[in-house]
Design a protein around this ligand. Structure first.
Ligand code: GDP
Length: 433
């Protein structure tokens, strides 16, 4: 996917020419992420319509503008921004459905723990009378997280167990009841009938379909069938910690209109997370969160600031005042943490970030004690050991540290000059066309 973004040059608008190749790359990336073809087709059509003619905000690049369009559309496809929680109720009753082996029983435990963390009391109900091992598994899970489990062995019907489980929940006065059900290896008429019967008997506040993220394209069919048959209220996507690229996540909402509410990211009970479509979008795009950066740039950098700075960069002037300004802009956007959002930087460690931030703070304190003429003309400091010593003393740092700041500054300035030359070259080429 990274390749797609490199294909865009420094244009001011998204045009059919400059989005053609990136869009091809995006399409390929989606198919690779195991999104089903019809879903990809409809999606690409919408992206193209929205992208064309889109203005590029000053201080950002066409690449960011396209990322924004794609990311917005992906987010929309998965149910708009923000996570959807369980429906309210007294008690909340959550019916869990899904094929065997997808992680349904594990998800019951995870959800119970999630609710416990919100200080809610929970009861779990075991109705898989076909597999005694499944009942034992839920009982064990319950013990581990200190949540009671209601079960009546294997000789009572699942519908009856579910009903009595809810009664027990009311008697205990719990805030939530989670009902585990039997899965099958494949979609099966008996399983659907049983689910429908249980649902009719207990009138759950939520009916969640548990889907294995590794299912890929087939997830579309699966979700559609379950939703047509039992009318789900949402889904839990499990095994998101595996190498799945999240294609299943796109299909769920598109074929059922129902949101993914949670995702499982490991075997442990605490590895359940709420599902944020916007975060999933950037995971599918397979890049650092350029989008967040774009939005932060749009709000943090004042338009005139960005323009003035661009002008200075273009004229290859870059002094300590600009250096400071860059740093302050970065601070407005969340400081060094922001670096994490840049493609290629998302693997940077907290420690490295901390070090970088510390360094920049030190630079800031040095620039703050400089004289006006030193800020405007960095060469003064470069040429005079006396000036460097004074800055060191006034800012409470060593001369070596001041020298190292000068080195960083020189490096950054060199990058700016190169960038400015490249941009001029681009503009010149553009004019010849
Ligand atoms: P069920 O048949 O649907 O009830 O599936 P189980 O809850 O028994 O889970 C099947 C297997 O998947 C077990 O080995 C679980 O530990 C594992 N599992 C469940 N959820 C996740 C998850 O989010 N990530 C990973 N890596 N494994 C999971």
């Amino acid at each position: 996917m990274e390749k797609a973004w490199k294909l865009l040059s420094q244009d001011a608008k998204l045009s059919p020419e400059n989005v053609k190749e990136p869009l091809k790359e995006i399409r390929r990336a989606l198919l690779e992420a195991d999104v089903s073809l019809p879903v990809v087709r409809r999606f690409m059509k919408r992206v193209e319509e929205k992208a064309l003619g889109q203005e590029v905000i000053v201080g950002t690049t066409p690449q960011m503008a396209l990322v924004k369009v794609v990311s917005d559309e992906l987010t929309e496809l998965m149910g708009s921004k923000g996570a959807k929680d369980l429906e309210p109720g007294f008690p909340q009753v959550v019916l869990m459905a899904g094929l065997q082996g997808v992680g349904k029983t594990t998800a019951c435990g995870k959800l119970a723990l999630y609710l416990r963390k919100q200080k809610k009391s929970v009861l779990m109900v075991a109705t898989d009378v076909y597999r005694p091992a499944a009942i034992d598994q839920l009982v064990k899970l319950g013990k581990a997280i200190d949540v009671p489990v209601f079960e009546l062995g294997t000789s009572v019907s699942p519908v009856e167990i579910a009903k009595r489980g809810i009664e027990e929940g009311r008697k205990l006065g719990v805030d939530a009841v989670i009902v585990d059900t039997a899965g099958r290896l494949q979609i099966d008429g008996d399983m659907m009938t049983e689910l429908k019967d249980i649902k009719a008997a207990i009138k759950p506040t939520d009916t969640l379909l548990v889907v294995d993220a590794m299912t890929g394209q087939e997830a579309a069919n699966l979700v559609k069938t379950f939703n047509d048959e039992v009318d789900i209220s949402g889904a839990i996507l499990t095994k998101m910690d595996g190498d799945s690229r999240g294609g299943a996540a796109l299909s769920v909402r598109e074929v059922s209109g129902k949101p993914i509410k949670f995702m499982g990211v490991g075997e442990k009970m605490d590895s359940l997370e709420q599902f944020f479509p916007e975060r999933m979008a950037s995971r599918i795009l397979g890049m650092g969160d350029v989008l967040t950066l774009y939005e932060k740039a749009a709000t943090a950098i004042k338009e005139e600031d960005a323009q003035a700075q661009m002008q200075r960069i273009l004229s290859a002037k870059f002094d300590f005042n600009d250096f400071l300004k860059q740093w302050q802009n970065m601070n407005n956007m969340g400081g060094a943490q922001m670096m994490k959002l840049l493609p290629g930087f998302n693997k940077i460690s907290e420690k490295q970030l901390y070090e970088a931030e510390k360094k920049f703070k030190m630079y800031e304190s040095m620039i703050n004690v400089m004289e006006e003429e030193e800020r405007a003309d960095p060469d003064l400091l470069a040429k005079s050991a006396g000036r460097r010593r004074r800055v060191a003393q006034a800012s409470g740092h060593s001369e070596t540290e001041v020298t190292s700041m000068m080195a960083s500054f020189t490096q950054m300035r060199a990058q700016m000059v190169t960038m400015s030359k490249m941009m001029k070259l681009n503009t010149a080429e553009g004019q010849q066309d």
